[in-house]
Design a binder for this molecule. Structure first.
Ligand code: G3P
Ligand code: CA
Length: 246
């Protein structure tokens, strides 16, 4: 069976502050097959890579991302909070697109919802991919079914993942027509490992988040998971290529 591709979740975010250029550069040096990021819109419509609705956890600033301009967001340090951190600038999606351009690394971009500007983020993402001519390397993801649906209409040739934190009505494996891959959390596969096979029979490969432990990595490999999002890409690669006992 094919080994899962290793996707660096928020960059190599165990060893570097998440969503900083240092985290993504380390992931590339560690040989990640893909990078994952979360995106939000600033008040003035710039796409920035921040997971939370507010700045509190991942910077020395305060406030809501969508209520601040790019210039206001850029005043803060996004690196020093981390145990291996140094001062770091806010990351814009444009910078990440430039980083992957010309490589064979895939970029998994998650749009966060609910948000103040609704589907403006999907429209801006589609525009950015058009501007950078990077549609083949990109996979769009969201927990919001309507966000994935809107994005598919905007950029029909870009692959999509419907992220799932519960299987619910998708338990049988089928997905709506606008979703290419299924994106369950690892907690769902621990409870229902047969889901990967049911999704495959329905035509959907699986992207799983967030997988760092030896047991979870072995489970994903044995189930034939296609993409594995991990905070520690080098360690995950090492464990995948070692002869893991399950
Ligand atoms: O890769 C999907 C995963 O990142 C979803 O959860 O909260 O880490 O964005 P979260
Ligand atoms: Ca994410």
């Amino acid at each position: 069976m094919q080994q899962p591709s290793v996707v660096a979740h928020r960059g190599a975010s165990t060893d570097r502050p998440e969503h900083t250029i240092a985290a993504y550069e380390l992931a590339l040096r560690e040989g990640a097959d893909g990078l994952e990021c979360d995106i939000r819109l600033s008040k003035d419509g710039e796409i920035v890579c921040v997971h939370d609705r507010t700045l509190t956890r991942t910077s020395n600033g305060r406030g809501t991302v969508s209520a601040m301009t790019l210039a206001e967001l850029q005043r803060h340090d996004y690196g020093s909070w981390h145990r291996h951190g140094r001062p770091a600038e806010l990351l814009r999606l444009d910078q990440l697109l430039e980083l992957v351009k010309g490589t064979n690394v895939q970029l998994f971009v998650e749009t966060k919802h609910p948000v103040r500007y609704r589907n403006e983020i999907e429209r801006k993402l589609a525009d950015a991919l058009e501007k950078h001519r990077l549609r083949e390397q990109i996979v769009m993801m969201s927990f919001s079914q309507s966000a994935v649906k809107v994005f598919r209409e905007l950029a029909p040739d870009v692959r999509t993942v419907l992220l799932l934190d519960r299987l619910g009505r998708h338990r049988g494996g089928a997905l709506p027509p606008f979703a290419d891959y299924t994106g369950p959390g690892i907690h769902l596969l621990r409870n229902d490992p047969g889901y990967v096979d049911r999704a495959r029979r329905a035509g959907h490969e699986t992207y799983v988040w967030t997988v760092d432990s030896q047991e979870d990595i072995a489970l994903c490999r044995d189930l034939g998971v296609r993409y594995l999002a991990t905070n520690a890409p080098a360690n995950t690669r090492r464990l995948l290529t070692a002869n893991l006992a399950t």
